[in-house]
Write a protein that binds this ligand. Structure first.
Ligand code: SAH
Length: 227
């Protein structure tokens, strides 16, 4: 029994080393060199084992700077975009953050490395359940996953210091804006389905809303639960 445990342990390590090295390379070549300078974001990207959050068939591609299919017709954003959106909210240890579109759980895990609590909502049941199980297995006890339509946000836990939306609505969902704390920041890709959308940074300051387009992007559509 015991010896088989050790054999298993030893045979696992070279694999993990391989992934750690690939992750380091990804951060250096595709994140840092492309203008992400926030130290918290860089160390979060170095810490999260993306290969454990993508489907088995995509493991070898986990540290390429590419979006990857995660099942149910959805994709996980490329690591650079995750880093870019994370940097825009200026993460701090004290923050409570809402994410809409859990998907694989990767963005949630990156946030959980940097902030206090992460609340994340996924509309596709199978994806939400899978992410929940994977994140639990990775030991993230500050991520709360809910399955449902994220349009209404998570009123019981509002307000949030930051909100990150990882699917593209055609206009800003009002409930999310209402649940943004004073001084809070929201990042959301806004635009038509399957076309170029504008990654938009919204800030609530002294009760006023400031909006800035930061980059053209392409996200999966923000769908609605019409049941
Ligand atoms: N943040 C994810 C990206 C997943 S892609 C990650 O790191 O892997 C965007 C996700 O948003 C998809 O899984 C999609 O099902 C989900 N989504 C789309 N519309 C939604 C809505 N109204 N509420 C919650 N999730 C939604």
């Amino acid at each position: 029994m015991l010896w088989s445990f050790f054999i298993l342990l030893f045979s696992m390590f070279p694999q993990e080393d391989k992934y750690t090295a690939a992750r380091e390379r990804m951060v250096k070549d595709h994140i840092q060199s492309k203008g992400i300078h926030n130290k918290k974001v860089l160390s979060a990207l170095r810490a999260v084992p993306r290969h454990k959050l993508v489907p088995e068939s995509q493991r070898e591609n986990a540290y390429l700077d590419r979006p990857l299919p995660i099942g149910a017709g959805q994709t996980i954003s490329q690591p650079f975009i995750v880093a870019f959106m994370s940097q825009l909210i200026e993460p701090k240890k004290s923050m409570r953050v809402l994410e809409i579109g859990t998907g694989s759980g990767f963005q949630a895990a990156v946030l959980a490395e940097m902030v206090d609590q992460v609340y994340t909502i996924e509309i596709i049941h199978s994806l939400g359940e899978k992410a929940k199980a994977d994140l639990e297995e990775l030991g993230y006890d500050n991520i709360h996953v809910r399955i449902g339509d994220g349009y209404a946000g998570w009123p019981e836990e509002a307000p949030f210091d930051a909100i990150i939306v990882t699917a593209a609505p055609d206009r800003l969902p009002q409930p999310l804006l209402d649940q943004l704390a004073e001084g809070g920041k929201m990042v959301v890709p806004i635009g038509p389905i399957n076309q170029i959308q504008e990654l938009t940074l919204i800030e609530k300051k002294n009760g006023k809303i400031k909006t800035r387009n930061v980059a053209p992007v392409r996200f999966v559509p923000f769908t609605r639960d019409t049941l």
